[in-house]
Write a protein that binds this ligand. Structure first.
Ligand code: LMR
Length: 398
């Protein structure tokens, strides 16, 4: 039977890291996958995480199964972080919640839930979006459509195009919105724009699904939640998927959550039962360690303060590297105005490099960026930014 199986294409993002690891050139630089590195090129184990792990190790409990929906104290703390303490308290009764293996696990549960409970609903994805989004919905059997998001001319949000598409989408469809740090463009709506988007989404009767994987990496923990909180206005229905891979640097622990804000407590309980059904058939129940670490930090005032400081350090370093990259591109007289890079937010910059230029960067200069031209700015360091800018210059001038 296996003789007839065809090889799948390499993953658009993780496949590049495999190629990077196999590359023998010592000068290689990986700016593909969204993983934060400090100025020494290391992905840090946060101090607050190390302290939480020491505390957990000092008071071992059990490794028995967690409930299908995971640790209750974790999901309660995450709901407060994402929706705001006051809103989370007010909407507790009408909120379904589950801990998931990372943001991807949350998205897959969301997709399974949509397929099983919202028959015929399509999921609308921004054009462009994270390449895994269409795969996740397709694997779950949910059709996808796209709405305009990015205006390449002005390197900014195509708000009017987006609103026009929303106005025409069939009521009952799902619209996936990136809570902050849009992947791959780095372009986020302003608060004013979020208000217009939320108005349009609710008026049209679409269900917003917010992918919220970078809280704290744009402007601040609460500032970055503005879009989600505008969408989650009283009485609204919202699905949200969160991840702590990046902002707790817990990538391999796979820590995320899904929330469904319903119109009533009764509906929330039914939705909760369906989320749990999807989880049980998918991975049964979530892993414990990462969520225990996050809950320990979020529930302790000192650790929480320490975490906020460490997120700010990561955010400020990324934003600093944005300016450094623009300056280095100017120093190397790279044709074009790259100042838009400093206006983008989060880990990524949509550089405008073509597929051919991306290939040349990889083949000739051992610099790996995603085929769409997405650069992981969080992988730039004071040691590699000059070589990156110089190499970009060479492929652009060619
Ligand atoms: C990325 O976009 O690089 C990250 O979200 C990591 C991933 O899983 O693709």
């Amino acid at each position: 039977m296996f003789e007839r199986v065809e090889a799948a294409p390499k993953d658009a993002i993780l496949g590049l890291t495999e190629a990077f690891q196999a590359d023998p050139r010592p000068e290689k630089i990986n700016l593909s996958v969204g993983v934060y590195q400090d100025e020494n090129g290391r992905t840090p184990l946060l101090e607050c995480v190390q302290e939480a792990e020491r505390r957990l190790a000092a008071a071992p409990t059990t490794k028995s199964y967690l409930p299908i929906a995971g640790l209750g104290e974790y999901t309660a703390a995450v709901a407060e972080l994402a929706f705001g303490a006051e809103a989370a308290a007010l909407s507790r009764e009408r909120m379904a919640a589950a801990q998931t293996p990372g943001g991807t696990g949350a998205l897959r549960v969301a997709a399974d839930f949509i397929r099983a409970n919202l028959p015929g609903a399509s999921a609308w994805l921004s054009e462009p979006t994270w390449p895994n989004h269409p795969q996740i919905f397709s694997a779950a059997g949910v059709a996808t459509k796209t709405y305009p998001y990015f205006d390449a001319q002005s390197n900014s949000l195509d708000l009017e195009g987006m609103l026009a598409a929303i106005a025409k989408a069939p009521a009952g469809d799902v619209i996936l919105l990136h809570g902050c740090c849009h992947n791959p463009t780095g372009i986020d709506p302003t608060l004013q724009e979020w208000r217009r988007i939320a108005e349009a989404v609710h008026d049209r009767g679409l269900l917003p699904l917010v992918d919220f994987a970078y809280q704290g990496f744009a402007d601040g923990i609460d500032q970055d939640a503005a879009g989600l909180r505008v969408l989650a206005r009283p009485g609204a229905e919202v699905l949200a998927c969160t991840s702590f891979s990046k902002n707790f640097s817990l990538y391999r622990e796979r820590v995320g959550a899904i929330f469904a804000l319903a119109g009533s407590g009764e509906a929330a309980r039914r939705v909760q039962s369906q989320l749990e059904k999807a989880i049980r058939a998918n991975y049964s129940n979530p892993p414990g360690h990462g969520a225990e670490v996050v809950a320990t930090i979020l529930r302790d005032a000192d650790l929480r303060r320490q975490w906020e400081g460490e997120v700010a350090t990561m955010r400020n370093r990324i934003n600093g590297m944005r300016s450094e990259l623009v300056k280095a591109l100017q120093d190397y007289h790279v044709p074009g105005d790259y100042s838009f890079i400093t206006r983008q937010r989060g880990m990524f910059s949509f550089s405008g490099l073509s597929k051919a230029q991306v290939e040349r960067l990889r083949e000739e200069f051992a610099i790996y960026v995603v085929g769409s031209g997405r650069i992981n700015v969080a992988g730039l360091t004071p040691c590699n930014v000059d070589r990156v800018a110089e190499s970009i210059g060479k492929v652009v001038k060619a």
